[in-house]
Design a protein around this ligand. Structure first.
Ligand SMILES: [Fe+2]
Ligand SMILES: [Fe+2]
Length: 205
């Protein structure tokens, strides 16, 4: 789901603030994690359709995660580094979590849900993903909210929202998580990802 800004009385759209936008993504990802956690899994006798659906749901999770983390790395972490007193430490820790998650998701993306490794990797991601979300929500967001004005948050929200439209839909764990490199390579990677999505029938919005 793409968050849309609120319509103002004069017809213009007001950008959602950055935290509001990221929170919607987090809620979506958390719902997917809970759904995946419910199973059924191949080892417990899930039928062919259920296994296929599990693979599709995991692809959707990977698409959402890839776009979300890409725009955070392009715009959100630079803002945290710039404005929050302890911003470098917070950003370094979070980006380290994101890079690890990308490596797990990259391996997961290449496996069928019937592969014995699939559930191991998915379980690893579910735990790590929740830990990462919780770190951002409890350690980072309050610190940023304390120093940015409503206008600055909306400006950042606008950048995140625009970047998400051209964000990669795959994890790309070998691309360094530097904002400059991501901004330069992200749109090209996104185009390549979306062509692959079309060819393989992967359902990226
Ligand atoms: Fe993140
Ligand atoms: Fe996040």
């Amino acid at each position: 789901m793409t968050p849309k800004g609120t319509k103002l009385t004069d017809g213009r759209h007001q950008m959602p603030d950055a935290i509001e936008l990221l929170r919607r993504d987090h809620e979506e990802v958390k719902a997917m994690l809970s759904e995946l956690e419910k199973g059924p899994v191949a080892a417990d006798g899930a039928d062919e359709n259920q296994v296929m659906l599990r693979k599709r749901m995991t692809e959707q999770l990977i698409i959402e995660e890839s776009k979300h983390e890409a725009v955070e790395e392009e715009y959100f972490w630079p803002a945290v580094r710039e404005h929050v007193a302890d911003g470098n430490r917070l950003a370094d820790h979070a980006i380290d979590q994101e890079q690890r998650a990308k490596r797990v998701l990259d391996r997961l993306d290449k496996l069928e849900a019937s592969d014995p490794q699939f559930e191991t990797l998915l379980g690893e991601f579910i735990a790590a993903g929740r830990e990462h979300i919780s770190f951002e929500e409890t350690q980072v967001w309050p610190a940023l909210l304390a120093v940015l004005s409503g206008e600055q948050l909306r400006e950042l929200g606008g950048k995140l929202e625009a970047a998400k439209q051209v964000a990669p839909t795959r994890p790309h764990p070998n691309v360094p998580p530097s904002p400059g490199i991501l901004k330069a390579t992200g749109p090209a990677a996104a185009v390549a990802d979306r062509i692959r999505d079309t060819v393989t029938g992967r359902d990226a919005p």
